[in-house]
Design a protein around this ligand. Structure first.
Ligand code: FE2
Length: 376
């Protein structure tokens, strides 16, 4: 069960002063073939392609595409040469999230505070001034090979230095609005370490907490803590596997194939999940299946909702509720061949939770997929 407020308060004692973060700025993926990945997110998810950096812009080592839909910004980067270190990242992890960019109004302060509190530097604050204005960034390391870049845009008008704008690549947006949360998977017995990392370095607090009583099947379970900033613009759940002894947990499967801790899923909000998911499915994006039995008891569990149950069932959309309202959510299958990163599409109608009531259904669904891959 969600832990009582008192217990969460205890977890949040001695919190460092919060590093001021406005929200997620962008998420950068390292991928094997950025051109083709770009087509997938452009066509399948409805992102506009808005920026490019590569050979034509004078970058001899890497190529990057910037995709945008409302407030969601994705950067896809591939190496162009054999000696580029991104190749090592790809060999080890496959396609995946390298960088969760955090928007701040004071990059130097954010970075220096983080470093003073023990964060590992990736690069010190860098100021670039070009025809678009002044752009500041700095980066620190987080779990695995993942990094956080602090981005201070100020009045900067372009995407980022070095990128040329792309026009005419309208993705006919599917109603995706913003990033709700980004989830990391860490190794067994490492959750506490990473909770402390976000508490002590960022001053983020434990927002919610789930344990194996909440999320388990006969094969596996997980333990999860949601780290958040005060404004709620940043929510970073962290999972660790909880082995039940029978077979391999889905978090362990992720860790085996990613070969390290890393980003498990990115949850993106929509204001009309039925329309969004219907169109994503029509465009070929695959989602986890939901057992029919789930819908048989749904009304009983969540009460009256605005949406048509038959439409939700036809699309496999899940519903959960808390005291403040309800949410609708669905999970894609992994978006690369390795069973690692996937997306969640979420519509919140008051509910501040993460679909705890659905974890069980989701878990069972993932395990069916895992069994098909011979990894259970
Ligand atoms: Fe999620």
């Amino acid at each position: 069960m969600v832990k009582e407020a008192a217990e969460i308060e205890k977890m949040n004692s001695g919190l460092a002063e919060e590093i001021s973060i406005d929200g997620f700025d962008y998420v950068e993926f390292f991928v094997g073939n950025a051109l083709q990945a770009c087509y997938y997110y452009h066509r399948g998810f409805g992102f506009d392609v808005v920026g490019y950096r590569g050979l034509e812009t004078g970058d001899r080592d890497t190529v990057s595409y910037v995709l945008k839909q409302d407030h969601v910004n994705i950067v896809l980067t591939s190496p162009l040469r054999a000696d580029n270190e991104i190749n090592d990242h790809l060999a080890k992890h496959g396609d995946g999230v390298k960088n969760v960019g955090l928007r701040t109004r004071d990059c130097v302060k954010a970075y220096e505070t983080a470093i003073a509190r023990g964060a590992k530097s990736i690069y010190a604050p860098k100021t670039v001034e070009d025809e678009n204005g002044v752009y500041k960034s700095a980066a620190i390391s987080t779990y695995g090979d993942t990094i956080h870049t602090f981005v201070e845009r100020g009045e900067y008008k372009g995407l980022a230095p070095g990128f040329k704008p792309v026009t005419g690549k309208d993705g006919r947006g599917l109603g995706l609005v913003s990033i709700d949360h980004i989830v990391g998977n860490v190794e067994v017995d490492n959750l506490a370490k990473w909770v402390d990392f976000y508490k002590n370095i960022f001053g983020f607090h434990v927002y919610q907490y789930f344990d194996p009583e909440d999320i388990s099947t006969k094969y596996s379970a997980l333990v999860s803590k949601v780290m958040a900033n005060k404004s709620g613009s940043i929510k970073l759940p962290i999972n660790e596997p909880y082995e039940m002894g029978l077979r391999k947990s889905q978090i362990s499967e992720y860790l085996d194939f990613y070969n390290a801790p890393g980003v498990q899923h990115i949850a993106v909000t929509t204001r009309d999940i039925i329309a969004t998911v219907k169109e994503m499915r029509a465009r070929g994006i695959e989602f986890l299946g939901t057992p029919a039995a789930y819908y048989a008891t749904l009304s009983e569990r969540v009460g009256k909702i605005d949406e048509d149950m038959a439409a939700l069932q036809a699309l496999g959309i899940l519903v959960d509720k808390d005291d403040d309202g309800y949410l609708l959510q669905i999970f894609t299958k992994p978006v690369q061949d390795r069973p690692t990163l996937f997306f969640e599409i979420i519509q919140r109608k008051g509910c501040k939770g993460f679909g705890k009531g659905n974890f069980q259904a989701l878990f069972e669904s993932i395990e069916r997929e895992q069994e098909n891959r011979g990894n259970l």
